[in-house]
Design a protein around this ligand. Structure first.
Ligand code: PEP
Ligand code: MN
Length: 348
């Protein structure tokens, strides 16, 4: 249940209303927005009589939340969530770009990509150290060594690091190494791991499961949030359909739906959605105008010889030219990729 308060309600009246609500045996989460203060009731609200609440002078309206997700629900947080990660913010007027290869292969490879990412204005460097591969015979990632490389390259270039966690046992390791912990599509419903990530003080990039509905995806976000970590970033990465031309089908429609249902930032990953490098450009552009808060793009200095996902990886020059176009498009949507012009050669 959501209680929207009238603007300029006195602190004393808010406190007495909160006390009344607590007496119903629920938790009360208070969100102070720019225009409205919202009290969100968390717990079993089915038997609560709304009449005495509605009678309060400071109550604007009482809304019963139909959806099973509460903390991720936009009704609980009317404005877009803005997630602070180091010097960067994700959400609101920023169009975030996370770029990097599928797998960390070497320091040299990561440094080459990191340089182009930084010079083009990207905010974060991605790279998988623990890889979820369909075949046990495929490259499984460099593991801890990969994380060490990411840490070194991140430090040297000033880029934030994003990498995928595959096991609950690695939560502490990831906490100490990366800036954003990625939960891959295959682990979107690893509920034990989601609960653990709820206790971590690091933002979580939660990818949509291969066959997950939007509601299931938001319920996974809820698992993290209800356990204490509100910094969840969603990422649409394509879903499995009958179509075989592309690796998955990018559900671009999920972007406006999720933006309507939830206050959490939503990114799009056109690389895994399509599996084809030349589709990454048009679908990145589509992501901007669909209202996404950013993109995650696979970039590799030598895609032909990549250890994984070469076919969907952009070469550095292609990535750099795409960034210019995305910046222009983002500005038409009231967003921007590049904040600090001095760091980006082509904007000088
Ligand atoms: C990835 O980002 O490297 C990855 C494996 O993506 P997904 O979980 O979306 O398949
Ligand atoms: Mn990949």
């Amino acid at each position: 249940m959501i209680i929207v308060l009238k603007p300029h309600s006195s602190e004393k009246s808010i406190q007495s209303l909160v006390e009344l609500l607590l007496s119903f045996g629920v938790k009360v989460q208070r969100n102070n927005g720019v225009d409205y203060t919202v009290l969100a009731l968390i717990g079993d609200t089915a038997d609560i009589n709304v009449a005495p609440i509605q009678q309060s002078d400071i109550v604007h309206k009482v809304i019963r939340v139909q959806e099973p997700f509460k903390r991720a629900n936009r009704l609980f947080h009317l404005e877009d969530s803005v997630i602070k990660v180091g010097d960067n913010t994700i959400g609101s007027d920023t169009f975030t770009v996370i770029a990097g290869p599928c797998s960390v292969e070497s320091e040299e490879q990561m440094m080459t990509v990191a340089k182009v990412a930084r010079e083009s204005g990207a905010h974060f460097l991605r790279g998988g150290a623990f890889k979820p591969r369909s075949s046990p015979y495929s490259f499984q990632g460099l593991g801890r060594e990969g994380l060490d490389i990411l840490k070194t390259v991140g430090k040297e270039t000033g880029l934030g690091i994003v990498s995928e966690i595959m096991s609950m046992d690695d939560v502490e390791l990831f906490h100490d190494t990366v800036d954003i912990i990625q939960v891959g599509a295959r682990n979107m419903q690893n509920f034990s791991m989601l609960k653990e990530l709820g206790k971590v003080d690091k933002p979580i990039l939660l990818k949509r499961g291969l066959s997950a509905t939007i509601e299931e995806w938001l319920m996974s976000a809820e698992y993290i949030m209800v356990n204490g970590n509100e910094r969840v970033i969603l990422c649409e990465r394509g879903i499995r359909t009958f179509e075989t031309y592309t690796r998955n089908t990018l559900d671009i429609g999920a972007v406006p739906v999720v933006k309507k249902l939830s206050h959490l930032p939503v990114l799009v990953d056109p690389s895994h959605a399509t599996g084809i490098w030349w589709m990454v450009e048009p679908l990145s552009k589509a992501a901007v105008v669909a209202g996404a808060d950013g993109v995650m793009l696979e970039v590799h200095p030598d895609p032909e010889n990549a250890m994984s996902d070469g076919a969907q990886s952009l070469k550095p020059a292609k990535f750099a030219s795409l960034m210019r176009e995305l910046e222009i498009l983002a500005r038409t949507q009231g967003k921007k990729i590049i904040d600090k012009k001095e760091t980006v050669t082509w904007l000088k």
